[in-house]
Design a protein. Structure first.
Length: 365
């Protein structure tokens, strides 16, 4: 797999004073485009229904973000286990991780993925067309974890372990309660998966971009999760294994409030705008001229694009489709006040190709 050294890039843009403090570079591993079966039929894992997912190519950091790397970018170390430079950073909120990604993108001269008003759980702006650093989607995480395997664990075995050989295999591949009952361990001390990624199972739970929500049985391309929610997805399991060895499985899902902090939770990053190779057609993102208010949405398209605008209730259920059509270049206005819905709070989701904006509205007039 092709790898990129981010902090070498930082030196090139004149950030020698930062990179000189970093002894372990943030290496990015190329993940190929492909299709896989997401989820698991094992009821104990609780990831049903199994469904087909197609993803474009992206790059993923080879390890969890370390304390040293986090300090180099953010200037602080929030970790409970302040054990050394190669230990993974933990006690970071989802928003902390997103801000890290934005700062990392700026240092590398890339576009930022997260909107400036990030922090309001209902108006998070995530632009997947940008080429900067971000958290992986839940689908990207499971796909990268599996690395082409179809077993519950990426080392070729299934849950539950029934033999001593099964347990020894876990010890070789994951930091878990059985070999580290009180704390995390330095990154990359266990075997990598087939794509060269370390600690995809165990050591720390890892933040994903998605709101936590139910799966759909239908095939999906580059899914980004629920339209809204109260919790963000966690994947991968941790050193503590509070849910047993099942939480180390490829398809196991957990959730956590985006403002929550824990010594069990860290993150890794991905990079690269979505490839259009697996999309039905290439769509153009709207320009910066987009405005969403309680009464109307105004936006400008620089080129023809598939546009979808819909209203959802606060439980994430769609209540009204306002626009669902191919639109040509131009300036558009959609009158939300004519949506004919009952008074209350809603989420409006605007999508033009891979560009997505969602915002909380108060339709009370």
């Amino acid at each position: 797999m092709r790898k990129r050294n981010l902090f070498c890039m930082m030196i090139l843009v004149g950030l020698t004073h930062v990179s000189a403090q970093v002894t372990r570079p943030l290496t990015m591993v190329s993940i190929p485009a492909g299709t896989f079966q997401m989820g698991d039929t094992n009821s104990a894992i609780g990831a049903i229904p199994v469904h087909s997912v197609t993803l474009g190519a992206f790059t993923m950091s080879q390890t969890l973000v370390t304390q040293e790397q986090y300090v180099a970018v953010m200037g602080v170390n929030p970790s409970y286990f302040d054990s050394g430079s190669t230990w993974p950073v933990e006690q970071v909120t989802w928003y902390d991780a997103a801000l890290f990604c934005n700062k990392l993108s700026k240092l590398a001269g890339l576009d930022t993925v997260y909107g400036h008003n990030i922090g309001d759980g209902y108006t998070d702006l995530i632009d997947y067309t940008k080429n900067g650093y971000r958290l992986p989607t839940e689908a990207e995480y499971e796909y990268a974890y599996r690395a082409g395997t179809t077993t519950d664990y990426y080392w070729g075995r299934n849950y539950p372990p029934t033999t001593m050989a099964d347990t020894l295999a876990i010890d070789s591949n994951a930091v878990w309660y059985g070999n580290s009952p009180t704390n995390t361990q330095p990154v990359a001390t266990k075997k990598p998966n087939a794509w060269g990624l370390y600690d995809m199972s165990g050591n720390l739970w890892e933040w994903c971009n998605d709101w936590y929500g139910s799966y759909s049985a239908s095939s999906q391309t580059n899914p980004t999760g629920a339209i809204s929610g109260s919790y963000r997805v966690l994947r991968g399991g941790s050193w503590s294994n509070g849910y047993g060895l099942v939480d180390l499985c490829s398809a196991y899902r957990l959730y956590f409030g985006p403002n929550g902090i824990s010594s069990l939770v860290g993150f890794r990053v991905v990079c690269g705008a979505r490839s259009t190779a697996v999309l039905p057609q290439k769509d153009a993102a709207p320009s910066k001229r987009i405005s969403i208010s309680n009464s109307a949405i105004t936006y400008e398209l620089p080129a023809a694009s598939n546009v979808s605008i819909a209203l959802y209730d606060m439980q994430g259920r769609q209540v009204r489709q306002l626009v669902n059509a191919m639109q040509n270049t131009g300036l558009y206005r959609v009158d939300i006040s004519r949506a004919r819905v009952t008074k209350g709070y809603y989420i409006v989701k605007f999508k033009a190709g891979e560009f997505v904006v969602q915002k909380k509205l108060a339709l009370v007039d």
